[in-house]
Write a protein that binds this ligand. Structure first.
Ligand code: FAD
Length: 431
């Protein structure tokens, strides 16, 4: 087949970034001819809710953000189960796997990310190896008749996946992390200890500093092997990170950023004319780290999509202020949240650490020159919004105790934050 239809806007990818781009473009311009084309068989869903679907907390219908009828009602053409295999930025056309050629005025790449898989490790292609990224993955995981599971990696997917499998009724769940503690990109060791305690409380065994070297089994998974031990299991869930999907962008000649995501500017323009990119496949500017870097968070994909859709629909040419790397996950019912730098990333620099080690909950705040540069919390979110807002402002905070008694000199908000910080123990003043 080789027909040519022309669209004002084609969005490749029907995840949350593509969804918001198309719907906000429609809001801004009722006349635009818009196509969303997705390799998946389902319309837009919430990936963050997949662990809750696996655990049985929410039914299937709650996973979806939009039904096909909602696309139809907005006159947005949605094509599911169709991969775009190539695109020609000069001719402004793209080709689907069915050989259909479609012409665009503007093209948005919202191709997302996929789980990293260790295909060369022995045993990883045996049945019983799982990832968690799509609705189909969640259903495969939930219906696997497993009694013993090993979950690899301690990012959101590993932590929430391990909790979900326990809740689903898997009798033995072992969480394995090759690095020394849980999610060291975001958390320091003590926060990890609190998370480990929570995981153990819900019946998850935690093995840290122990990488998987092979998956064992003849015709399906029967166990994994680390450098230290063999762990029998009938299911392995891999949660060792995501990589941006950039094959289409690369084949078109779009420039990539330092970390392998699509390079974009503040208006989501790629290096190619009339080609834009949003969501997990990009490297947006990060407000806290002050550089372009992968973000791969729901909120960023949403914000980018909404802004870009409005721009493409003729709205005001606003710049995207930037992404904010805020990690929030749940270990069982306990929230675990981290933002900005962990202490391990500040080695060799001057900084102050405030800590509150409660019996079941933990808070840590890191400051440099009186500015909050990071915080971590486990089993509490008390003050998280205020710390986050203060980090965004980038203004110094007053650390002297007793400020709460002098509301005339200090505006109420900063007094509240100072009082909050004054209640924490100053454990490492290195500045
Ligand atoms: C299990 C899980 C839990 C998560 N939990 C959280 C959380 O708690 N908080 C948080 O902030 N974030 C979380 N995330 C991350 C968040 O879901 C993502 O940041 C967000 O969904 C990214 O959306 P996206 O539209 O950019 O990409 P995706 O959702 O990856 O969508 C991209 C789509 O493009 C399609 N596509 C790719 N290439 C082509 C092609 N050539 N042709 C056609 N279609 C194509 C893909 O099939 C896919 O459907 C989680 C993710 C997962 C998987």
């Amino acid at each position: 087949m080789n027909t040519r239809a022309c669209y004002d806007l084609i969005v490749v990818g029907g995840g949350i970034a593509g969804y918001h781009t198309a719907f906000s473009a429609r809001d801004a311009d009722p006349g635009m001819k818009i196509l969303v084309i997705s390799a998946e068989t389902t319309p837009t869903y919430s990936a963050p809710s997949l662990p809750d679907y696996v655990s049985g907390h929410i039914p299937r219908e709650k996973v979806f953000v939009a039904r096909e009828e909602e696309f139809e009602a907005q006159r947005i053409e949605l094509r599911l189960n169709q991969r775009v295999t190539s695109a020609d930025p000069e001719a402004k056309t793209l080709t689907t796997e069915k050989g259909e050629v479609l012409a665009y005025r503007r093209l948005v790449l919202a191709t997302g990310s996929v789980p990293i898989q260790l295909r060369r490790m022995p045993g990883t292609s045996l049945p019983g190896n799982h990832v968690l990224r799509t609705v189909a993955d969640a259903e495969a995981l939930a219906s696997a008749p497993a009694k013993r599971a090993v979950v690899v990696g301690t990012g959101a997917i590993g932590l929430e996946g391990a909790s979900a499998l326990r809740e689903r009724g898997v009798e033995e769940v072992t969480l394995v992390e090759a690095l020394e503690w849980i999610n060291p990109k975001c958390f320091d060791r003590r926060a990890s200890d609190y998370m480990t305690a929570e995981l153990e409380r819900i019946g998850v065994r935690v093995l840290l500093g122990e990488g998987i070297v092979s998956v064992e089994g003849n015709d399906r998974v029967s166990g994994v092997r680390t450098a230290k031990r063999a762990i029998p299991c009938d299911l392995v869930l891999w949660g060792i990170g995501m990589r941006p999907v950039v094959d289409l962008a690369v084949s078109m000649g779009a420039a990539l950023g330092e970390h392998g995501g699509i390079r974009i500017d503040a208006q989501m323009r790629t290096s190619l004319p009339d080609v834009y990119a949003v969501g997990d496949c990009t490297e947006p500017y990060d407000l806290f780290y002050r550089k372009n870097m992968p973000n791969m968070l729901w909120r960023t994909a949403t914000e980018q999509g909404m802004l870009l859709g409005s721009l493409l629909g003729g709205g005001q040419a606003e710049d995207y202020e930037g992404a904010k790397l805020l990690f929030l996950t749940y270990v069982g019912d306990a929230p675990a949240c981290a933002c900005g730098y962990p202490e391990s990333a500040l080695k060799g620099q001057r900084y102050t650490v405030l800590e509150d080690c409660g019996p079941g909950s933990y808070r840590k705040v890191l400051l440099q020159r009186r500015r909050i540069v990071g915080f971590q919390m486990v089993n509490t979110l008390e003050g998280a919004n205020e710390l986050y807002a203060q980090m965004l402002k980038g203004e110094p905070v007053e650390l002297a105790a007793g400020l709460e008694r002098d509301p005339v000199r200090f505006p109420l908000k900063s007094v509240a934050l100072s009082a909050y910080l004054a209640r924490m123990e100053r454990v490492r003043p290195t500045e």
